[in-house]
Write a protein that binds this ligand. Structure first.
Ligand SMILES: [Zn+2]
Ligand SMILES: [Zn+2]
Length: 331
């Protein structure tokens, strides 16, 4: 018994470590920021050596490109130098991480601990059918690839001096602004996600688009990106927006993206986990969204569900046809 408890705890810790590490590279957006940070370090290093270099010309001129000439696409212009490399790396990184995390959790819990679901599973009596599991992996793979291509294109453009409002030197805006802009962006991401998700539960949109994500009644981590491609693009746009709208420190922005991806995966894992952060709901909160459909629309806080009274209540009835977010009084 003791051995079993130890094994379970070890698996949980290992899962957390692997996800945390792998989430760093989960999405092309993160890859993009990592490159931008890299670029800023290169520039600072050069400036420290008292060699004044124009950052853009340093990185956009042909002699500084990474790929040989025959792998460049001159038609796209200098802002898209090395585009094939960025897109390739973005796809490989995203898909490797997707399979590593999803596969790891699957083996640790859905195979090795399948016989004791009451010890770890949010919905112990329910597992995805094999067909639905294959579906979430396939759709997730296609969406990850689409995201990676878009992020690869964006990365190329910004790395080569394209427009962004990200900044790299804290002194540019000061510590107070750093804190306010970080909290503000976190709240923006959560608000945008809540209202987008709520919009997806409007009957017409739900039936045409969002229903695809809800075919996974007891999802696994692969379901985090398994949805209609239009929905993926909508969420992706909301996440990307701040880096073109408000000045935000690159590291702060990376942290917010990582936070979002990390908990996005855990929330779909179907594995019971509490959060160590007081504002972050446990994984059961979003798992209940898949179980009961029209409630618990938030992701990283209870706040918007509390404000709109859309948290699931035990004395109410919920179901796929009971729209509105407040359930129905039980009779
Ligand atoms: Zn939903
Ligand atoms: Zn979901």
């Amino acid at each position: 018994m003791r051995e079993h408890t130890f094994g379970k705890r070890t698996a949980a810790i290992a899962a957390t470590v692997v996800i945390a590490a792998a989430a760093c590279a989960l999405n092309g957006d993160t890859f993009l920021i990592a490159l931008l940070l890299g670029r800023s370090f290169i520039t600072l290093k050069e400036l420290n050596s008292s060699v004044v270099l124009d950052m853009n010309s340093l990185l956009t001129t042909r002699q500084n490109s990474i790929l040989p000439d025959y792998l460049q696409i001159p038609l796209l212009g200098s802002r898209m130098t090395d585009v094939l490399l960025f897109v390739y790396v973005s796809i490989v990184t995203s898909l490797s991480v997707f399979y590593t995390i999803g596969g790891f959790l699957h083996v640790c819990y859905y195979h090795l601990q399948r016989h004791v679901p009451y010890e770890w599973k949010c919905q112990p009596k329910r597992f995805l059918t094999d067909a639905n599991h294959r579906h979430e992996v396939l759709v997730g793979t296609l969406n990850m690839t689409m995201n990676a291509v878009i992020s690869g294109l964006l990365t190329t453009n910004i790395y080569n001096g394209g427009y962004t409002t990200l900044y790299f030197n804290i002194a540019d805006w000061g510590y107070l602004y750093l804190i306010l802009s970080t909290v503000g962006t976190f709240v923006y991401v959560e608000a945008a996600s809540y209202y987008m998700h709520r919009f997806c539960h409007v009957p017409l949109i739900y039936k045409r688009i969002h229903k695809h994500h809800h075919r996974y009644h007891s999802p696994t981590a692969f379901a985090a990106v398994a949805m209609h491609p239009v929905e993926v693009l909508a969420y992706q746009s909301l996440l990307i927006l701040p880096m073109f709208i408000i000045p935000i420190h690159a590291a702060a922005y990376v942290s917010i993206l990582l936070y979002d991806y990390y908990f996005g995966m855990l929330d779909h894992s179907g594995i019971m986990m509490d959060s160590w952060l007081p504002w972050q709901p446990p994984t059961k909160f979003h798992d209940d969204h898949h179980k009961y459909f029209h409630c618990n629309f938030g992701f990283n806080t209870f706040a918007f569900d509390q404000f709109h009274d859309t948290i699931r209540k035990k004395d109410r009835q919920y179901g796929e046809s009971l729209f509105g977010g407040h359930g129905k009084k039980q009779t």
